[in-house]
Design a protein around this ligand. Structure first.
Ligand code: BTN
Length: 268
């Protein structure tokens, strides 16, 4: 039997975020259908910080590395938020890690535990992907960067769905009772409004400890897929810039998320 979930509703989401943190919101739209919530914000003529777009469905949802993001109607969360940093784009390394931490904090507040982060920005539960993050730059000046943060959270996915042939899971399968999408959306935005100003001020250093608690890859045998070939090693956490550290014997190598993908060696 198909579950009937409540529609997304701005009033309910605002009440979860709370009055003080809601002051970060400048514009809030919920659309029944859109190609991609990220594209919707990126194509706006003027995009102010704190613009939010949620959609019940995406017809051309996008994932990292040019992949598709499966976005069927009225079951999941497709959320985009614009944000301004007075930082150069190069100093935003680590932002996706911070967003991942904010999502986990929101899921914990919702009541979901045992959720982990697979570097650089996938939210996992029991070796299966629960949420993904796509951060894109909207406007870059010498000392400031405007980004659009896109988050896709699987909440109630039709069973026949496949996401990029990778193992996935949704909130409903974990919890086994009808999920509250408005509460999840509100909690995620709330945690972002706490994390993003903190990242502006303290960079990744304020989050490294929390990352260590949530790191799915540490101590695991990994295969790093690079343009030059695959590299095997053991996950050794992240460095101060948010690069992945891989141990091979006595040496530790750092990898930037740009051109690589990571898999568990046991899954190859
Ligand atoms: C990934 O894991 O590859 C990232 C997935 C990001 C999906 C979200 S859904 C909302 C926003 N709009 C998009 O088109 N993509 C992001």
């Amino acid at each position: 039997m198909m579950l009937e979930l409540e529609f997304l509703d701005t009033g309910t989401i605002y009440s979860v975020i709370g009055e003080e943190l809601s002051s970060y919101i400048n514009n809030f739209e919920i659309l029944p259908s859109v190609n991609s919530t990220n594209d919707y914000l990126l194509n706006k003529e003027t995009l102010v910080a704190g613009t939010i777009c949620l959609a019940e469905q995406q017809t051309a949802g996008r994932g990292r590395c040019g992949r598709n993001w499966l976005s069927p109607a009225s079951g999941n969360l497709y959320l985009s938020l614009s944000w301004d940093f007075t930082k150069k784009i190069a100093s935003l390394n680590g932002l996706t890690l911070v967003i991942g931490i904010a999502i986990i904090n929101a899921l914990n507040a919702y009541g979901l535990s045992r959720v982990k982060l697979k570097w650089p920005n996938d939210v996992y539960f029991s070796q299966r992907k629960l949420a993904g993050i796509l951060v894109e730059s909207a406007k870059i000046t010498k000392n400031s960067t405007q980004v659009v943060i896109g988050i896709g959270l699987n909440i109630y996915m039709p069973q026949e769905s496949t996401i990029l042939n990778q193992p996935w899971i949704d909130v409903y399968s974990i919890e086994k009772h009808p999920p509250d999408r408005n509460r999840l959306a509100g909690l995620i935005l709330r945690e972002l409004f706490i994390a993003l100003p903190k990242f502006q001020e303290f960079s990744l250093s304020a989050f490294r400890h929390r990352w260590q608690e949530l790191d799915l890859l540490v101590g695991q045998e990994l295969s790093i897929h690079t343009p030059k070939g695959d590299i095997l090693g053991i996950g050794a956490g992240i460095d101060e810039f948010g690069n992945l550290l891989l141990r091979q014997g006595n040496t530790v190598q750092a990898f930037n998320s740009g051109e690589i993908s990571v898999r568990f060696a046991s899954f190859i």
